[in-house]
Write a protein that binds this ligand. Sequence first.
Ligand code: ME8
Length: 585
Amino acid sequence: MNPEVAVTLVSKKSMCLLTPLKHQRIALHRLSSSSVSQDEKSYYITTPIFYVNASPHIGHLYSAVIADCLHRYKLLQGFKSKFATGTDEHGLKIQQAAEAAGKDPLVFCTDVSERFKHLFSCCNISHTDFIRTTEQRHREAVEHLWSVLWNNGFIYKGSYEGWYSTPDESFLTASQVGDALDPSGKEIKVSLESGHKVEWMKEENYMFRLSAFRSELLDWLSANPLAVQPERFYQDVLQWLQEDLPDLSVSRQKSRLQWGIPVPGDPEQTIYVWLDALVNYLTVAGYPDEHSQWWNVAHHIIGKDILKFHAIYWPAFLLGAGLPLPQTIHVHSHWTVGGKKMSKSLGNVVDPLERSQMFTTDGMRYFLLRQGVPDSDCDYTDAKVMKLLNAELADSLGGLLNRCTAPALNPAQIYPHFCSQSFPSEQSSGQSRAVAEDYHMLEAVKNLPAVVEQHYDTLHVYKALEAIGACVRQTNGFIQRHKPWKLDRSDCKDQRWLDTIIHVSLECLRVYGTLLQPVVPEISNKLLSRLGVRPGERSWAALMFLPKHQGVNCPFEGRALGSNSGVLFSRLEKNHTGSQHKYKT
Ligand code: ME8
């Protein structure tokens, strides 16, 4: 045990229960894996619940957009999907922020929580549940889980002495703490990971027997190599499990922390905010009532800053309560600004609401998912957003739609007929007008859904968008190569070839529009509506590309295009007004 964290056992009520419980837990594991097939078509995705001590920034929106993308993708695949987000409202940090604002804590929390809700609704975040930890249903879930852990012997009363970081609401060992100077030049101790100030604390409180779970956590990780993704974060967790794993303090004295859920049966103690917060995932699943339909298929999206809480503490709490573990913990890296972490004191916080008004909601969603890489941090600039959106959404994708639907090339405004002689399914001479590159393009677009699916599933959305972008460029190249505007419309062979070029290009656009729905729902809707693709024809199952090449009737052939509702994505222009950069579409 770490010498800085001295734990004195006051109650040993529980020690003898370990062996039978281990059997019970293993049995529960089996039960949960055998119920996977029954829940095959259910999916449950969560974001972290966000602290209400400050307004949302692009990092928060990023986590929500990733989860929203996955939720929409699963719905398109025919899953029943639950998507939870919300706000984390208890704890010392919130208590102090409310005090500083001179507000009643609940009023303060409601205020900031509403700002998150507003942002999410403006950005088309289609969560099915928004949880606040101050809700009664959550309190019941936390109290229940606490009682189960207590009854199972994993909570005991002890005394904690060690470092605590209020901004992180986290306990730290001596090796996680370093020296630093505060702005006035005073020597202070800080968390090496977050850089936040830490304080020495000594208190009698309740401890969770975290140390008892090391081998089970290792077993879980080795049996589930994809439980924590990407791989580098999985390795971090394994590394932490090699280090000291002291028992965890799971309550604070009420005299220090009033803003929280009291320990059941001991109102002089308040439950530790992280235990409280993590249970939100169970609350939304229905816990303590029937929850297995969702809990057995739970996937968490988190930032790298809260990995230890999710990949060590949370599974240990669940094991202690005999509950199944989450299927996947998807970890993403951070957005920085000017190479630095966003912070109020540096004045570099990027307001997501303002940016989504500047660049449009879909523009912002696209940028975050196209540029954000789970493995490494990414620096945000407005100039990058403008350049990317102009190139990929306005010019490449928007330009392609424009070309295929322009009255000059498509005067009848229909999904034209495909001519198999002009573009046979196998490359051949004869009357074929198609060349080798055209067949390469068809192959790429045909394989695209599988490629995108694989990248969405592993949350490498940027790779999916890269693959779609490459196909869009190929389709633009296809049109450029054959210059349909130069064909002689009075010649029926030329007319058939022109129709075929447009038909194939619209088929490509239909695939791109369908695959892009989870990322840019409004743009995709506009695109698919313009092509005349009906709402019931936009699912993954309806994604057969160019059916005419597979000897199947194409339901779109000859159908009228949808009405023209303007350009797909307007180019963004930079307006210099004083030192401010403004963007307009
Ligand atoms: O930690 N880049 O809440 P929080 C990308 N309440 N994502 C970022 C980010 C950045 N710069 N900054 C924050 C808490 N995030 C707890 C969570 S869950 C049971 C309790 C995102 O408001 C990222 O998902 O500090 C990170 O993990 C989360 O916001 C932290 O939000």
